[in-house]
Design a protein around this ligand. Structure first.
Ligand SMILES: *Cc1c(COP(=O)(O)O)cnc(C)c1O
Length: 352
């Protein structure tokens, strides 16, 4: 069998959840949209079900998949519904819909609810992507408050630049949010991973942890408080020695400068490894750091072996404990979020 494995350490996931909840205080949503950032939403949800105050997903389908697998924790739909008819599913499965636009609000009020609903009312505090403008927020809030099926309202907003510690945008968004919420009772939620870790004023009733839940710092580099959940590994299945001045791979973009032992590993961009992370991107061979040489192909990657590293059969970590996915992201000009979401074709295994 092809030796590409994505090992998902659920104990690390639980550790990260508890760490983030403790840093933030209050309650914490585990954000498991997009199949838990490529980690497997159902497995991750079950690993967290006796800890998590709630889960957050992006679509009704994602929420229903969790419910049908037996998850009973609260589930927030971060973007709400995409058409009015979905409120029937929200009602049936007892989901907490985000409401971030006028049509969602009107359709929610018009829906014939069987059960009381908890609404997450989104404010556009400055990101200008979704949510009610601050000057329209009170009227949206009041309209919901007057709807007898609405059981409570959580006021929430999202930061554009929380992962940039010196960006004044976060402070401006905080101010806009607090000003517009004056006099409106109810719980609040502002912090994504970056704000949970780095913006104490953003810690309110509910945090919303995504990337950091998977053990990865939203600031680049490594955060020692977090433990990476995914470890993507493969094995050397080919080995050769190349003379100096030999090209390697597509485009002949890399030439050896000396006699070089090259290992061929089973992983490529068809598995979601970024093609742009070619020569010099880090890997760890049997725990020892080395690098990719030449271009990443669809199914294969060539790496530099040194004399002390084993050849055929050696384990190669693409990211996990020695190589942080933030290093790969930087080499590729990407963010770790998109790399996680791209992982496929690997064999996923889960450890408790
Ligand atoms: C995805 C998402 C989050 C989680 O963000 P991270 O940076 O991964 O922690 C939080 N809030 C909202 C509204 C989101 O869409």
């Amino acid at each position: 069998m092809r030796p590409l494995n994505a090992r998902i350490r659920l104990d690390n996931l639980r550790h990260n959840y508890q760490t983030l909840k403790q840093i933030h205080g209050g309650k914490m949503l585990a954000v498991i949209k997009a199949d838990a950032y490529g980690h497997g939403a159902v497995r991750c949800a079950h690993a967290l079900s006796n800890l998590a105050d709630g889960f957050a997903v992006a679509t009704v389908d994602e929420a229903v998949e969790l419910r049908e697998s037996g998850i009973t924790n609260p589930i927030v739909l971060l973007e709400g519904v995409f058409e009015a008819t979905e409120y029937a599913i929200v009602d049936k499965y007892n989901l907490w819909p985000g409401v971030g636009s006028q049509w969602q609000l009107e359709a929610l009020i018009a829906h014939h609810w069987q059960n009381p609903v908890k609404v997450w009312l989104k404010m556009d505090s400055g990101m200008h992507r979704a949510g009610f403008f601050p000057h329209n927020y009170t009227s949206a809030y009041t309209a919901l408050k007057q709807c007898k099926h609405v059981d409570s309202i959580v006021k929430f907003s999202h930061f554009a630049c929380a992962d940039e510690p010196d960006n004044g945008m976060t402070e401006m968004q905080l101010e806009a949010f607090d000003l517009a919420c004056e006099g409106l009772e109810g719980e609040e939620s502002l912090a994504n991973s970056a704000a949970i870790l780095n913006v104490p004023e953003a810690r309110r009733d509910w945090g919303r942890a995504g990337l950091a839940l998977y053990g990865i710092s939203p600031f680049g580099g490594v955060d020692e408080r977090l433990k990476p959940v995914m470890r993507l590994t493969s094995r050397v299945f080919g080995e050769r020695v190349l003379q100096p001045h030999s090209p390697i791979g597509y485009g002949a973009t890399f030439y050896t400068s000396k006699s070089t032992r090259v290992g061929l590993i089973a992983c490529g961009y068809a598995d979601g490894y970024p093609r742009r992370a070619s020569t010099n991107s880090p890997v760890a061979i049997e725990g020892k750091r080395s690098r990719i040489i030449g271009r990443v192909s669809m199914d294969m990657i060539t790496v530099e072996l040194d004399a002390s590293q084993e050849g055929l059969g050696a384990e190669v970590e693409l990211w996990g404990d020695v190589v942080n996915i933030n290093e790969v992201a930087e080499a590729a000009g990407m963010i770790p979020y998109e790399i996680f979401c791209n992982v496929k074709r690997a064999k996923f295994t889960y450890s408790e």
